[in-house]
Design a protein around this ligand. Structure first.
Ligand code: IYR
Length: 331
């Protein structure tokens, strides 16, 4: 796989393709980052962008993980002290998940976001941004119903992080795209370049296939889950024998979350995927790529129950090292 393909595999969107092609010409030493509001325990959404960071490290990038403590505070996620404590725990879980310890820099937002220069630049961006634009940027991120002033400051700080962390590529899930578009539009007003961005897909709710999987509602997988929790959640997942299910009765779009997790989590981390089956049901199946597994599910060669059994095993393998870190920390 060439550098461009590795950098962009499984991305929903890159902005812009030309800019990423230029980065892919000499990826060694280029810098990428993702920011996370610390919440203590990694869930499958964090793992998806982390898998992209692993791709980027394999392509030669240096990676920064921003533990965005000030952002979490602005987004009403707890007291600053509580948030700081959860940030420490996340770092260990990211490394357990597979981020290279040598090639990853972990930075707390509060290490640089209170500097005088940062604050002045932030105020300059505030002057150059309308309230409605800041509010729109937060539509997929903000918690609670009421828009607070803090939530208007939030996306401007996220834009400024890209400048202060001196990164070439900003990574985020699709819910971050409006913040990144705001960053592209407003950073030039303070004399900075528009950042290049890459967005990862959103996984549908595991139980229904409708909407996006989230840690606050519906079913999600996290590093706190036991092997049995994972088996139980995956076994009750929505998994019709197709990658393109019909909308539900209310007309909502649906995805197949089991296939999505194979595509975005399992195949990027395992060269071959083995689905174990007793001899009397045809014996084991082996797949080298996502497409052949999806095709077998579609044709009926692979039964959804067998696909789920394999998915639970692979997810468990991905989660196990982080689960062990959490166990050690809470003993
Ligand atoms: N908005 C992110 C957190 C975040 C991301 C980046 I990239 C930053 O520079 C700062 C914060 C979230 O929703 O978790």
């Amino acid at each position: 796989m060439d550098a461009y393909d590795r950098i962009t595999r499984n991305a929903s969107e890159v902005v812009t393709e030309d800019e990423v092609r230029t980065l892919a010409e000499s990826p060694d030493g280029k810098r990428a980052y993702v920011g996370y509001e610390p919440s203590g325990v990694l869930h499958i959404g964090h793992m998806l962008t982390a898998t992209k960071l692993i791709d980027l490290q394999e392509a030669g990038f240096e990676v920064t993980v921003l533990l965005a403590d000030v952002h979490a505070y602005l987004n009403d996620k707890g007291t600053f002290e509580e948030i700081r404590q959860t940030a420490e725990r996340m770092k260990e879980q990211f490394i357990a998940y597979g981020l290279d310890e040598e090639q990853t820099e972990f930075v707390l937002g509060s290490e640089f976001q209170f500097d005088r220069e940062y604050t002045l630049d932030l105020h300059a961006l505030e002057l150059n941004t309308s309230m409605s634009r800041a509010e729109r940027a937060m539509s997929e991120i903000k918690s609670g119903e009421t828009v607070k002033v803090s939530q208007a400051v939030y996306p401007l700080m996220q834009a400024l992080d890209i400048v202060y962390l001196d990164v070439d590529l900003a990574i985020g899930g699709m819910e971050q795209r409006k913040v990144h578009m705001l960053a592209r539009d407003t950073l030039p007003s303070i004399g900075e370049d528009s950042p290049t961005c890459l967005h990862t897909p959103l996984i549908a709710d595991l139980g229904s296939g409708v909407g996006k999987m989230s840690s606050s509602k519906g079913v999600t997988i996290s590093m706190e889950d036991s092997t049995e929790d994972i088996e139980q959640k995956v076994n009750s997942a929505y998994c019709p024998p197709t990658a393109d299910p019909e909308p539900d009765d209310e007309g909502n779009d649906r995805e197949n979350p089991v296939l999505q997790i194979f595509e975005y989590h399992v195949f990027p981390r395992f060269e071959t995927v083995v689905v174990e089956r007793p001899e009397k049901y045809g014996g084991n199946l082996e797949y080298d790529d996502y497409e052949s597994l999806a095709a077998d599910l579609e044709s009926g060669e692979l039964h959804p129950a067998d696909a789920k059994g394999a998915l639970a095993n692979y997810l468990d393998e991905l989660v196990a090292p982080g689960r062990e870190k959490i166990r050690q920390a809470t003993q």
